[in-house]
Structure formats: C-alpha cells, structure tokens
Design a protein around this ligand. Structure first.
Ligand code: PMV
Length: 350
C-alpha cells in the first residue's frame, strides 16, 4: 500500500449531524426522496474532514484516513461515491485526493455519522471545484451545490449543510423546494424553538441490524408506503404551523408521531426491523408521564435506532436535566447520554 505524500492544496470543513423531525424514509431514482423531510442541525455532533489534493497525470487516486488511520472499508465506499460523482465533477479524474476525517462525537455513540461525514466531504469537494475551476459561487449557490453533492452520498446529509432548520424534498407550501438539494427553512420559527436542546439518550450503541439503505429499499414494496407518504406531507404542514405559532404541544405531537411511524414502518416491513429496545420504550413512557404531570415542554424523536433524542426549549433545561438524572439514566447504556442542541451549521476550517 503506497501512502501519498502531498505538497499541495488543503481544504477542511467541519460539518454537523442533523436529526430529522419529519423523516425521509423511502427513495427512488438516484437518491431522490419519496417525501419531503425537515430536520434540526446539531451543534456538537460533527465531522471534521480535511481534503488534500494535487494534480495527477493518471486517473483519480483516493486515500481515506479515519482518526489518523487509513481505512480500507471507508475508502472503498468513498471511491464508489467519487466514481459516480465524476459525471458531475469531471475534474476529479485528474487528481490525487487524500481525505482525513474524524468525528467530534465518541465512537459507538449510536449517532448516525453519514449526515455529518458526507456533508463535510461534499463541502470539501465543492470548495475544491471552486479552486480548480477558478469560479467562485455566490454563497447560496455554493451551499445548494454542496447539498446536492452530499445528497448523492447520503440523503440526510443534504440537510446538514445549513444551520438551524432545513427541509429537503418538494413540498406544497415550501417555496423553491427541491428533491435534488435541501434548503434552509423558509421562515423563522417562533422564539420557543430558538436554542432548542437535544439530549441524546444512548440506550444501546451496538451497530444496528438494519441499514438505512435497506430500510429505504424495503419501502419500495411496503404495504403502507402510499399512506406513509401522505402522512409525511400532512405532518410536515402541521409541524410548520406549530413552529410558526410557537405551539410546543402540537409540535411534540407531530414529532413523536413521526418517530413512532418510522419504527412502525420498520417493524412492519419484510424482513422486519425491530430496532427499539425495552429501554427505548421505558423512556418514551417516562417522558409522556413526566410531561402530563409537570406540563414541561419536552418531546422525543428517534432515528433509525434505539436511542432517544429529547427536544426541549432552553427555559426547560434545568427541569429536563433533573428528569434525566433522576429517572432516565437507568435506561441508558452505562448511564451515557450526549448533551447537544440546535447548531449554526458547517464551518470552513482551512
Ligand atoms: O440519509 P440516509 O440514507 O442515511 O437515511 C436517513 C434516514 C433517517 O435518518 C431515518 C431519517 C432522516 O430523514 O434523516
């Protein structure tokens, strides 16, 4: 194995993960969503990716390092992605590319890293495209292009190139919405949603048995698919109203319905995927009881895994911290959870 030595151009981006509140589950064509989704960009869970490149007389050559170590598994996936990208970015064929990535969140934290890693890589590639072509894009076009390139790697990554709130997918009521790239939410949500906290409760961090690619694929023949896409559109509309008027209760209702619908679809697909653990259900139960008894503004959402995200306005932080400490840590693997919140989006580091 030869290690490339580079004396050349370096680009580096830090890009965050995101958590979908209206879930993307089911795709068609080349990574096009069956329904529009809406997500909140996180602050602390992020990937740092550095790209070193130099001109190569031969074809594209790629090396991928993760946490300082060359990673064969990731490298193979990245090469497949970049080969597909050549039709979009033909210049890639003329370069040596060396990627070095690391995540800010701990290993095996049960946080999907595809959104942060693919968006960080896409941002590096679009910056490189600007540099090698000598054509600088307007800021909004830059992020639109990065979102499009990220989407080709992982659908949810298309939303991570923006801070705060993003939507992806054509939706009635969202101006200029597109299936090929995400956009920042086209209104400012009510202040109750600014600075929203996200406590990620780690119930089980063993690698999941059902990949999202398989999950999307299973939707192609899922008996509930049509109803699901209709439900997602209705939930998106309802969520945007809640966010505009500042109604946390109806926000919680929609967000929780989306999370449980995703898992309902998983459990009723063939082959089925049961990803929730007893601890996940115990947390859901405890959150609902706590909310009924204390009227605390708190909502749960869940990705395609057993871990639970608790969303809450900053005014509730003290209450929520006590609740986690007193009642929920018992359901977390080794008492672990991640303290995150809504973030400002990616940052160019070099
Ligand atoms: O982007 P993918 O292909 O990893 O799919 C993501 C699917 C969910 O995380 C379950 C939902 C979403 O919209 O992020």
């Amino acid at each position: 194995m030869t290690i490339l030595t580079m004396t050349n151009d370096i680009i580096s981006w830090k890009s965050p993960s995101n958590i979908a509140l209206i879930k993307y589950w089911g795709k068609h064509g080349v990574q096009l969503p069956q329904n529009a989704s809406l997500s909140m960009t996180l602050k602390n869970a992020a990937t740092n990716t550095e790209l070193q490149y130099r001109h190569s007389p031969n074809d594209m050559e790629v090396q991928y390092f993760f946490d300082g170590e060359r990673s064969q598994i990731f490298e193979e996936k990245v090469i497949i992605y970049l080969e597909r990208l050549k039709s979009e970015m033909p210049f890639l064929g003329d370069y040596y590319l060396k990627f070095s990535s690391s995540n800010s969140f701990p290993h095996s934290a049960g946080i999907a890293s595809s959104a942060s890693s693919m968006s960080a890589m896409a941002l590096c590639l679009v910056s490189m495209e600007e540099e090698v072509s000598g054509k600088k894009l307007a800021k909004s076009d830059f992020f639109k292009r990065a979102s499009h390139i990220a989407r080709l790697g992982s659908g949810s990554a298309s939303r991570s190139v923006y801070g705060s709130w993003s939507t992806w997918g054509v939706a009635e009521g969202i101006k200029n919405s597109s299936d090929t790239y995400a956009s920042p939410l086209d209104f400012s949500p009510h202040e109750v949603f600014s600075g929203l906290g996200d406590a990620i409760l780690l119930v089980d961090t063993t690698p999941k048995k059902v990949s999202s690619s398989l999950g999307h694929h299973l939707m192609k023949v899922h008996p509930y698919a049509t109803g699901r896409y209709r439900q997602a559109a209705m939930n998106l509309e309802a969520l945007m109203v809640s966010m505009q008027v500042g109604d946390f209760d109806s926000f919680a209702c929609v967000v929780e319905n989306e999370a449980l619908s995703l898992h309902g679809l998983l459990m009723t697909s063939s082959p089925e995927g049961l990803l929730l653990k007893p601890g996940s259900l115990q947390i859901i139960d405890a959150v609902r009881q706590f909310r009924n008894e204390t009227r605390t503004k708190i909502a749960f959402t869940i990705d395609a895994g057993p871990n639970i995200h608790l969303l809450y306005p900053q005014t509730e932080r003290e209450n929520v911290m006590q609740f986690i400490e007193n009642e929920l840590l018992q359901y977390c693997e080794n008492g672990r959870w991640i303290d995150d919140e809504i973030g400002d989006g990616p940052e160019r580091m070099k």
